[in-house]
Design a binder for this molecule. Structure first.
Ligand code: IPD
Ligand code: CA
Ligand code: CA
Length: 266
């Protein structure tokens, strides 16, 4: 199957799952107001999961299995289904769980679609902001239905950037602090929203000029990478040793940032 056909398949899948994601987002907002969020820790005391992460992934995966039983699913909270299938859904049911657990409103649902390992579609929905970032390969990227485009700044000093920190930041000295202290004096501002999928979408729509973070996982970036590409942004993996270390922005900025982020003397 051509990538063009695969993109059409992704578009149809995203259109069909849209209402379910909206329902899951509403459920997350309602649950977030409750006293007990069922909070647990995962890889470290800094890495949380809640009852809502698990239930959201269960509901999204059940819908996919019912509607597209031959597709594969990779979900952050443990779903692995048909790993050899051509179409793969990559699901982060709550991106920004630390925010969610603190009742901070920046968190989202990220659903990416790959066809033979190529990203062909993605939705990132931020329920509290009522924002929908959608990208389909070859068909563009939108925020609430309006076409989005990466920013066009070329000088670091004019840039507002985003970043994030790994969950092992207390025990691993490669924890992004050196990169931050190198870049902060060179840029206009730095933000840490707590949701990498949202951060990357903020690059796609020009709110952020660039974003970088190490130790991300497939589910953090799968949807947003398609949205970025379709918004004219460039993303690159800037190092191999700390899971997914990504930098995204327009091509000029990414070209300027690569030597800084890969500088071994940092
Ligand atoms: C996390 C968020 C956060 C980033 C972490 C991610 P989670 O995802 O995207 O912004 O700094 O690296 O793991 O755990 O909330 O789904
Ligand atoms: Ca995540
Ligand atoms: Ca998550």
């Amino acid at each position: 199957m051509e990538i063009k056909e695969a993109s059409q398949g992704a578009r149809i899948r995203l259109e069909r799952i849209h209402d379910l994601i909206e329902e899951v987002g509403q459920y997350q907002l309602i649950e977030q107001q409750k006293d007990d969020l069922g909070i647990d820790t995962k890889s470290s005391e800094m890495d949380l999961v809640t009852r809502v992460d698990k239930e959201s992934e269960r509901v999204i995966s059940a819908w996919i299995m019912e509607n597209y039983p031959d597709d594969g699913i990779l979900g952050e909270e443990g779903t692995e289904h048909n790993p050899e299938a051509a179409y793969q859904w990559v699901v982060d049911p709550v991106d920004g769980t630390n925010n969610y657990a603190q009742r901070f409103p920046i968190f989202g649902i990220s659903v990416g679609i790959k066809f033979r390992k190529v990203g062909v579609g993605g939705i990132v929905h931020i329920p509290a902001l009522k924002e929908w970032f959608i990208g389909v390969k070859g068909e563009g990227a939108t925020l609430n239905g309006k076409t989005i485009q990466v920013g066009d700044k070329t000088e670091l000093i004019h840039c507002l950037a985003g970043t994030g920190f790994p969950y092992d930041k207390g025990t691993n000295e490669r924890n992004n602090l050196r990169e931050v202290s190198t870049l902060i004096p060179q840029i206009r501002g730095l933000r840490r929203t707590g949701s990498a999928a949202f951060d990357l979408c903020c690059v796609a729509c020009g709110r952020f000029d660039f974003f970088w973070e190490m130790t991300l996982k497939e589910w953090d970036i799968a949807a947003a990478c398609v949205i970025l590409e379709e918004a004219g942004a460039v993303w690159k993996i800037y190092q191999e040793e700390r899971e997914i270390s990504i930098v995204a922005g327009n091509s000029t900025l990414v070209q300027k940032l690569m030597p800084i982020l890969t500088d071994s003397t940092l």
